[in-house]
Design a protein. Structure first.
Length: 358
């Protein structure tokens, strides 16, 4: 399992700092002005109700969201930003003002980190972490195995010392779950089952069994354009109701029956040989999941080092690779892909069958 923050306490400190530096606004796009300097650094100017103007930097993600909303192909958007920044400004400002709409502007430490719908429901990381902490205190045999907050996602990965089993003698796995959230519009609140393999510290996520809550709420009315948004009582109550539901889901997230079924699937995967040459198997896997060349090589090295050419071995080669990938978001995606490979390697076997027919 990929390691992030050194402790849950360190994660909490980082979330508190981000909460203190977070500001949210709803602005009509006619009130926004986009400007890019010769080095390609952009700022967004926003007129506030008192006629002052806020000047904010623009994150890479906000650039992508701006391009997508204005229907400017991102490759061309970036070309303009690097080679013709004045042309980019003309394009962006023209469409911001010609097609006015209300957008939520989320900022962090004075920089725009996301430009979202005015119906975006703010389910924030610190509140979610607070609910996880509350449930952890109720369950002393649960512990945070890994946690991190990136520019785009929060992850809290919990394992249970109470619920464990052997896939084969000496190969012990534990039950757990992953809580994740994106404050910038890239994903919903998710609670996903997790299997933690002790022998190699691999984590595998069963994403198809996840609880999901999308950030869609009521359109924000009765506000001054450009004014900072605070949480009114209605929003607080709506979020409180949802987070109480989250607590209930977390309390049942370590599910004995689901865990037993998953372990049985792992035992069966251990018996399912992959009849392909290992190099060909890894290449087809890399092509199917669009892994980079370095990612494919990493998986291949794990696969052949363990000398376990089964469905189980391939799954573990992928989840083991997640520990060596620098980016925590990408590493977590590898843990999810490991869960997919437990359920289905049909795309590998079809290739074998097609070559037999040929």
């Amino acid at each position: 399992m990929k390691q992030g923050q050194e402790s849950f306490g360190k994660l909490w400190e980082k979330l508190e700092a981000e909460r203190a530096g977070m500001r949210d606004y709803v602005a009509n796009t006619q009130m926004l002005q986009f400007s890019t300097d010769k080095e390609g650094a952009s700022t967004l100017l926003m007129k506030e109700p008192n006629n002052t103007v806020s000047q904010m930097g623009v994150s890479d993600l906000a650039h992508r969201q701006m391009a997508a909303r204005l229907q400017i192909p991102f490759k061309y958007y970036e070309k303009m930003r690097v080679e013709q920044p004045a042309l980019l400004d003309t394009n962006v400002n023209t469409w911001l003002h010609e097609r006015p709409e209300n957008r939520m502007v989320r900022t962090l430490f004075g920089n725009v980190r996301a430009i979202l719908s005015d119906r975006y429901q703010r389910l924030d990381n610190l509140e979610l972490a607070h609910r996880v902490l509350k449930v952890l205190k109720e369950n002393p045999l649960w512990a945070v195995g890994s946690c991190e907050v990136t520019e785009t996602f929060l992850y809290i990965k919990v394992v249970s010392d109470k619920l464990k089993a052997e896939v084969e003698p000496g190969d012990v796995v534990q039950a757990g779950f992953v809580v994740s959230n994106s404050e910038v519009g890239l994903g919903c609140v998710k609670i996903e089952p997790l299997i933690y393999r002790l022998v190699c510290s691999n984590g595998m996520i069963r994403q198809e069994m996840a609880h999901r809550k999308y950030h869609v709420g009521k359109r924000i009315d009765d506000f001054e354009f450009g004014a900072e948004l605070y949480r009114d009582e209605t929003i607080e109550q709506d979020n409180k109701t949802y987070f109480m539901k989250v607590e209930d889901i977390l309390r049942g997230a370590v599910n004995e029956k689901l865990f037993e079924n998953t372990v049985q699937s792992m035992r069966l995967a251990k018996l399912k040989q992959i009849p392909q040459d290992p190099v060909a198997t890894v290449k087809l896997l890399g092509d199917s999941y669009r892994f980079t060349e370095s990612e494919t090589m990493l998986i291949g090295a794990n696969y052949m080092r363990e000398n376990d050419y089964t469905q189980y071995g391939l799954m573990n080669a992928v989840t083991r690779a997640s520990q060596e990938i620098k980016d925590y978001n990408r590493a977590t995606e590898f843990e999810r892909i490991g869960g997919q490979l437990l359920d289905d390697i049909g795309f590998l076997l079809k290739d074998v069958d097609s070559r037999k027919v040929g």
